[in-house]
Design a protein around this ligand. Structure first.
Ligand code: ADE
Length: 351
């Protein structure tokens, strides 16, 4: 079988990347730790959104050891708003293993990287190629789309077996400029062979080699089966405040947004009277209630449809636990020390 990319396509790709690559912070380093952090942050998150998080994270945690030793609450605060918090927890788990097993030095092989929590085939390939120049493939959603189009494949790129097959076919052609190759493929998928809308085929270095382009299949490829529909959950969110303090609740250690702090919220859409009942039941003495705007937040498998109330309470409540784990936090303390997921951003803006 012929190679998935010809020698001519590879050299066109190389020239294109050198001329068109974006100047991104993680492209100024070969430090495997920094590459790792960038690749984890870039999963499911846009480049522009990642930039400030990347800078802040590395300022506070410049080494694997710093990350291993960071208190969890601080870690979550650094990640606040990026979403998919298990990424942050896995980073720290892996950092602790690297300290234990490798004296804090990032492991130097694909297989050792791949064995760490949160590091799959793609991330191991990205770190190994970009930081160490190892000739291993890194196939993410961008790269899958480019390869499906170039090769004119009708295989479903949502399937693991398709991904494995593309990874194998790429493995045999990764050139000596492996790190740039990984980034060039990602860059092409992100800026030219784009996921939504018409790809910019006139600007594509692989245009002549591209089966989808030559056979008029650009609109049909890649084939990607639809994900399962999300479950919709109705919730009532409460901004309970006594003037200086706001009520928070720590989510349970397992499941959606595990272990993060949230505004108290209950299942279903509650009326004003039901909210006042609830607020009294958990130990507060409500003075005033006001309806806030509705909001929606989309998670991977769940969609929250939210209504919300701003409830002013008397300052008598001492903030001790025991009332469904709800407690009061001072304004400055809240902003400095508590990570509240962006699912609540329609309401945390009032704080
Ligand atoms: N998405 C995933 N990895 C990336 C990288 N290294 N540069 C830009 N976008 C990316």
């Amino acid at each position: 079988m012929s190679d998935i990319l010809s020698a001519q396509a590879l050299s066109a790709l190389y020239a294109w990347y050198q001329q068109n690559k974006r100047d991104l912070p993680w492209r100024h380093t070969r430090d495997p730790y920094r590459i790792w952090i960038s690749e984890i942050m870039l999963q499911q998150t846009r480049v522009e959104a990642v930039k400030p998080y990347y800078a802040r994270f590395l300022q506070e945690c410049p080494t694997v050891t710093d990350l291993a030793e960071l208190p969890e609450e601080r870690l979550l605060k650094l990640w606040e708003g990026l979403g998919y918090y298990s990424r942050a927890r896995n980073l720290q788990k892996a950092a602790r293993l690297i300290v234990e097993r490798y004296q804090g030095e990032m492991p130097k092989t694909y297989d050792e990287l791949r064995a760490l929590p949160g590091i799959g085939d793609y991330t191991a390939g990205a770190i190994a190629s970009i930081a160490y120049g190892l000739r291993v493939p890194a196939v993410d959603g961008n790269v899958l789309r480019v390869l499906a189009r170039v090769s004119g494949s009708r295989e479903d790129i949502a399937l693991q077996e398709t991904q494995n097959r593309f990874r194998l076919s790429l493995a045999s052609i990764v050139p000596a400029w492996a790190g740039d190759f990984t980034q060039a493929m990602i860059e092409l998928g992100a800026t030219v062979c784009v996921p939504n809308g018409t790809p910019l085929c006139e600007s594509c270095p692989l245009c002549e080699d591209c089966k989808a382009r030559c056979e008029g299949l650009i609109d049909e490829l890649p084939v990607k089966s639809a994900k399962r529909a999300r479950r919709i959950e109705d919730r009532t969110v409460l901004l309970i405040r006594d003037g200086g303090r706001t009520a928070l609740h720590k989510r349970p250690p397992r499941g959606l947004l595990s272990g993060l702090f949230e505004l108290p919220n209950v299942d279903g859409f509650l009326s004003e009277a039901q909210v006042l009942d609830f607020v009294r039941k958990i130990g507060f003495d409500p003075l005033r209630i006001q309806k806030l705007e509705d909001a929606k937040h989309i998670f991977t498998h769940i969609e929250w449809h939210m209504i919300a109330y701003d409830v002013t309470v008397t300052p008598e409540f001492d903030g001790l636990d025991g009332l469904d784990g709800i407690f009061l936090v001072e304004h400055d303390d809240l902003h400095a020390n508590y990570a509240i997921p962006s699912a609540f951003s329609a309401y945390t803006k009032y704080l």
